[in-house]
Design a protein. Structure first.
Length: 269
């Protein structure tokens, strides 16, 4: 089964909830899943949200409800990594927290000069048989809006075709199924699995859903391929493969961002 990061689910489901196409509770359920209830921690520099009650929201359901009442809210996804800070909202302190997490959601409210960043802090517990997670979303004050940095969904779909071929070939070159007993089932799951049913809301367009599934598959293949050098004979060969995988992972991350943020694209005739 293929899946998306929590921030991608929050941006996708939260945007649908704020647009009124799904209930807020359904959006929260899709983000939280089997985690403990998600908490929200307000950082000292975070400005108050419009129409927020005196008692600040300390859980995800209350926060999305407040954002819904504020009206005209957008949730935008960022998946930053070192060397590719695309989508980071600023300032420097917020960027550092989001970069460390590798994901964040930027909150924009119509008519408000301020922006906010939601960054998840995840603490996992339990075992592989009964996993659990505690998640706290830090709400921070972000810099004013800048020009969008993501590609369009159509551009991402074209780029993903090449990325999928490259990632699949890299995995085939490693031949991990032959020399690692646990790899065959995982490779089959990545190759044949579809996107988790609740990864995206019903309102997501077929093209965006298709892009998200392909991007999730590419990222899963990269995760498998980078675990070992496998059949790499020389350090140069291993370095070249690692560079190629970083590039295709970047394409896949940008595709996830574009597909999740597709609601911001201008309507096409």
């Amino acid at each position: 089964m293929l899946d998306l990061p929590r921030s991608a689910r929050l941006a996708a489901w939260g945007s649908s909830a704020l647009a009124g196409t799904v209930p807020v509770r359904d959006a929260v359920r899709a983000v939280v899943r089997d985690d403990e209830p998600h908490a929200v921690r307000w950082e000292e520099d975070a400005p108050a949200l419009p129409r927020l009650p005196a008692a600040r929201a300390d859980d995800l359901l209350t926060l999305l409800t407040c954002l819904s009442e504020a009206g005209g809210t957008q949730l935008l996804l960022a998946l930053p990594v070192p060397g590719d800070p695309r989508g980071l909202p600023g300032p420097v302190g917020v960027n550092a927290v989001a970069l460390a997490a590798g994901e964040c959601v930027v909150v924009e409210v119509a008519g408000a000069l301020e922006r906010w960043a939601l960054v998840p802090e995840v603490t996992e517990f339990g075992s592989v048989y009964e996993p659990g997670a505690m998640v706290t979303w830090s709400l921070l004050g972000a810099a004013p809006r800048r020009a969008p940095e993501s590609s369009s969904v159509a551009e991402s779909e074209r780029e993903l075709r090449t990325a999928l071929v490259t990632a699949t070939q890299a995995l085939a070159d490693l031949d991990v199924a032959r020399w690692r007993e646990d790899a065959a089932d995982r490779i089959a799951a990545v190759r044949d699995g579809g996107l988790a049913r609740d990864a995206v809301p019903p309102a997501v367009s077929p093209r965006a859903a298709r892009v998200l599934q392909t991007a999730a598959r590419v990222l899963a293949i990269v995760d498998l391929a980078v675990e070992d050098d496998g059949a790499a004979i020389t350090s140069h060969e291993a370095a070249s493969r690692a560079q190629a995988l970083r590039e295709v992972a970047g394409v896949a991350r940008r595709a996830v961002i574009a597909a999740v943020n597709a609601h911001t694209e201008p309507a096409r005739p």
